[in-house]
Design a protein around this ligand. Structure first.
Ligand SMILES: Cc1cc2nc3c(=O)[nH]c(=O)nc-3n(C[C@H](O)[C@H](O)[C@H](O)COP(=O)(O)O)c2cc1C
Length: 205
């Protein structure tokens, strides 16, 4: 099948492709409209179906409404990110759980030996959890867009400080912060940057 044929063979409506990808922007500017935790729960309920290796689902979310807990996050962000984290309707700290294997009795019940093997090997679990939680973070960003919300992911943060501040007891490890809300206009004043085309990003053998 030629690339041209594939390009016209999307099985989603054009406006959905726009909302999820083509016109969706990394959100920087939000209206005052609040975002309910129930909306985040509904999005999670959708994106939990995205695939992960051995169905481990290592992504964890710390949901921060405006208030005291959010105020503790702001100074741990890079300076250029602080104002946006302070003012976003909702901020999520996305993290991974290095002890994800504890859930495998439920999530991967047909292979109990995997849970035991991983239980003995934190050095195997950590990269597995990180990789798969990042995959889930991608699903989450698209899921937020599907729900009509803007998502503003950020890596500019002191990860060790965030982990010490919020995850000292549970052992989760932070991956990014995602600001969430209803966007003003396009959601950003920044110009759209070019993307690599398929020919630049793919090798076909
Ligand atoms: C994982 C990740 C981390 C990012 N970290 C930051 C950040 O710390 N600060 C910031 O202003 N933008 C950050 N961005 C935004 C990117 O620069 C932006 O998504 C990219 O330029 C594409 O922008 P567009 O969606 O408006 O086209 C981050 C994006 C991602 C996906």
């Amino acid at each position: 099948m030629s690339i041209d044929t594939l390009a016209h063979d999307l099985q989603i409506a054009p406006e959905v492709a726009d909302r999820l990808f083509r016109t969706a922007r990394t959100a920087r500017e939000f209206t005052d409209e609040s975002v309910d935790v129930a909306q985040i729960e509904a999005v999670y309920d959708l994106i939990k179906w995205g695939p992960t290796a051995m169905n481990i689902l290592p992504l964890r979310l710390l949901v921060l409404r405006r208030g005291e807990a959010r105020d503790r996050l702001v100074p741990l962000m890079a300076e250029g990110n602080q104002e946006r984290v302070a003012t976003a309707p909702l901020s999520l700290v996305l993290a991974y759980d290095p002890d994800f294997h504890q859930h495998l009795g439920t999530l991967f019940p047909h292979a109990p030996q995997i849970k035991e093997q991983l239980g003995r090997s934190p050095e195997a679990r950590d990269p597995m959890a990180r990789t798969n939680a990042l995959i889930q973070a991608g699903y989450l960003i698209v899921g937020l867009r599907a729900a009509g919300l803007g998502a503003g992911p950020m890596n500019g943060m002191d990860f060790a400080a965030v982990d010490a501040e919020f995850f000292a007891e549970c052992g989760w490890r932070s991956l990014m912060v995602v600001n969430v809300g209803h966007v003003v206009g396009a959601g950003t004043p920044l110009p759209r940057l070019p993307r690599l085309e398929f020919a630049d990003a793919a090798t076909v053998l």
